[in-house]
Design a protein around this ligand. Sequence first.
Ligand SMILES: Cc1ncc(COP(=O)(O)O)c(C=O)c1O
Length: 345
Amino acid sequence: MEYIDLRSDTVTKPTPEMREAMVEAEVGDDVYRDDPTVNKLEALAAEKLGKEASIFIPSGTMGNLLALLVHCQRGDEVIVGSKSHIYLNEAGGMSALGGIQPCPVPNQKDGRLALGDILASIRSEDVHHPITRLVCIENTQNICGGVPLTAEYTRQVGEVAHKNGLALHVDGARIFNAAAAQNVDVKELVAPADSVMFCLSKGLASPIGSMLVGTDKFIARARHLRKMLGGGMRQVGVIASAGIISLEKMTIRLGDDHARAKKLADGLRQIDGIVLDDGSPYTNMIYFTLADSLPLNAPQTADKMKELGVLVDPDAWRRFRLVTHYWVDDAAVEKTVSAFKKVLS
Ligand SMILES: Cc1ncc(COP(=O)(O)O)c(C=O)c1O
């Protein structure tokens, strides 16, 4: 059966154009910096984000870890959101591999970290204290609903960080969704950041890969550490070629995914017992709860949806997150609404 897959935007398979580019890609040994396709992708990513340099990495998790390892020394502390991917979903890499301590501050409902909370978390000079080195924010903020943070908020966080001698890292796994939703240039969204990680492998539909961007000096150090972590890849132009298409063509179509998320949410809202989160969807993610009046819980609902050809992932016992992406078209949206109606009625 050909499934409609709404579990995540990470499930996106390469487009036919990407597959063609992958076959034709010019390649070389990227550890020697000899891969022309990777070099082109890295130059393009740096240019698009308005930073000096960038590096191609296998995953977003490695990109965030590299950023933390470059910004911090062992024993340093990083201010992170309590609902951030870096804090919750990266296997404790910063502590295990970097000796870095997270200082979680609450994510507000709208995804922000309150500026007062950031300020209050910065450690004073004291032999007992770790040294606060870095603030991390996530844009879009996944767990808070795929909510985009504004350029103005990011400017304010940058100001607080820099005034206090800290760096700012943006986990921008879906930064192009944030830019599309607010109709701003991605450069503006990340201007205050010292480093940014973004993923090619999510809404931008590449099969593999993320980018880390920053200054020349920052990226040179990240390149050394990427090798240390075993992330120095060889003839990787084969996948960088898809990344170039992601940046040139897929970034400008994300509005379609957001429009379809709205259409899907509108359909779901009509079904008795589906309670959408306030404001959802902001971008390509729809979060909703199943009312207690419904006999099925989320895992049971997901099993029945699968029988009807729709893959959905329970986010909790009575809760779902659905994600639209390149491979979800208008017909898939309609079919999903009908399937939910059938399963829950
Ligand atoms: C906000 C955020 N940051 C980072 C990552 C990590 O990306 P990867 O799965 O490529 O390691 C994800 C993955 O879903 C994410 O949602």
